[in-house]
Design a binder for this molecule. Structure first.
Ligand code: PAF
Length: 276
C-alpha cells in the first residue's frame, strides 16, 4: 500500500494503476460504515484509492472541525488490511493553497435540508470532492447512503460538470440496535447513545405507516416527531419527507421519497434517512 501526501506523487502513481480505479473519499476515523465502502470498491476494481482528509471548508464556523475525531495511524492499518493500493492523505495546504479561490456550487439541491441547516456545507463538500476527483481521476467513486443528500449533490455535480466517472451509492451500515454508523457517534455519552436509537425507530415507523397506506406526509411526520420526543435528550432540528430526486417537500408521499432528519443529543448532531 502506497501512502502519498502530495498531488505530484499521486499524479505520478496514477498511470501505473490498472483500471477501473475505485475511489473512496473519507474524512478518516474509519468505522465499519467506511470499511463496507472500501470492501465494495476493492471487490469491484483492480485498483483502489482511498483518501483521508478532514475538509475544513465543509464545516461551519461553530461546528466541530477542530474536535472532529482523527486517528490516521489506525486508519492506515485498517486500509492496509483491506488491501487499498493507494492512500492519499494530504495536508490542508495541499488541497487549499493560500491563493485557492474556485468553488463548486450545486444550486437548489444543496440549499435544502442539510444545506439549509448548515449553510455552505455542500459548497465545501462539492468543492473538495471535485478537487479529489480531478486529482485521483477515479472510474468509480463510492459514497454512503447515510449522507443521502451528499450523494444526490455529488451525482448532480458529476453529471452537470461532465465528469467521466460513476458515483456509486452504498447502503447505510448500522449498529446492532439500528443506529447508523458515524464518526460523530463517539461524541455521545452512554445515555445519549441509548436514546439515539430513536432515529432508526422513527424511520421504521415512517416505513410502517407508509406500507400501511398512510400517504399524508404531515400525518407521518407528526407520529415520527411524537416518537422522537419521547426521548428526553432528543432535540429535533428537522424531519422531512421529500422527493428523493429534487428534495422538494412532499404533501402526499409517493416513491421515491427521502425521509430524513437531523436530531441533536447534547452537542452531537446525528442524521439518518430512508428512501420509501
Ligand atoms: O462523507 C464524507 O466523509 C465527506 O463529506 C467527504 C465526501 C469525504 C468529503 O469531505
Amino acid at each position: 500500500m502506497k501512502i502519498v501526501a502530495t498531488i505530484a506523487e499521486l499524479r505520478s502513481l496514477r498511470p501505473k494503476l490498472a483500471g477501473p480505479v475505485g475511489f473512496v473519499p473519507t474524512m478518516g476515523y474509519l468505522h465499519e460504515g467506511h470499511l463496507v465502502l472500501v470492501r465494495q470498491a476493492r471487490a469491484e476494481n483492480p485498483s483502489l484509492v482511498v483518501s483521508i482528509f478532514v475538509n475544513p471548508t465543509q464545516f461551519g464556523p461553530h461546528e466541530d472541525f477542530k474536535q472532529y475525531p482523527r486517528d490516521p495511524e489506525r486508519d492506515l492499518a485498517l486500509l492496509e488490511k483491506e488491501g487499498a493500493d493507494v492512500v492519499f492523505i494530504p495536508s490542508a495546504e495541499e488541497i487549499y493553497p493560500p491563493d485557492f479561490n474556485s468553488w463548486v456550487e450545486v444550486g437548489k439541491l444543496a440549499e435544502r435540508l442539510e444545506g439549509a441547516a448548515r449553510p455552505g456545507h455542500f459548497r465545501g463538500v462539492a468543492t473538495v470532492v471535485a478537487r479529489l476527483f480531478n486529482i485521483v481521476q477515479p472510474d468509480k467513486a463510492y459514497f454512503g447512503q447515510k449522507d443521502a443528500q451528499q450523494l444526490i449533490v455529488i451525482k448532480k455535480m458529476a453529471a452537470d460538470l461532465g465528469m467521466d466517472l460513476e458515483v456509486i451509492a452504498v447502503p447505510t451500515v448500522r449498529e446492532p440496535d439500528g443506529l447508523a454508523m458515524s464518526s460523530r457517534n463517539t461524541y455521545l455519552n452512554d445515555e445519549e447513545r441509548k436514546q439515539a436509537v430513536v432515529l432508526y425507530q422513527a424511520l421504521n415507523l415512517a416505513q410502517k405507516l407508509y406500507a400501511g397506506g398512510e400517504k399524508d406526509a404531515k400525518a407521518i411526520l407528526r407520529q415520527m416527531t411524537a416518537l422522537i420526543q419521547q426521548q428526553p435528550l432528543a432535540d429535533i432540528e428537522y424531519i422531512s419527507i421529500a422527493d428523493a430526486e429534487t428534495l422538494e417537500e412532499l404533501d402526499t408521499v409517493r416513491p421515491p421519497a427521502l425521509v430524513s432528519m437531523a436530531v441533536r443529543f447534547g452537542k452531537t448532531r446525528l442524521i439518518d434517512n430512508v428512501v420509501v
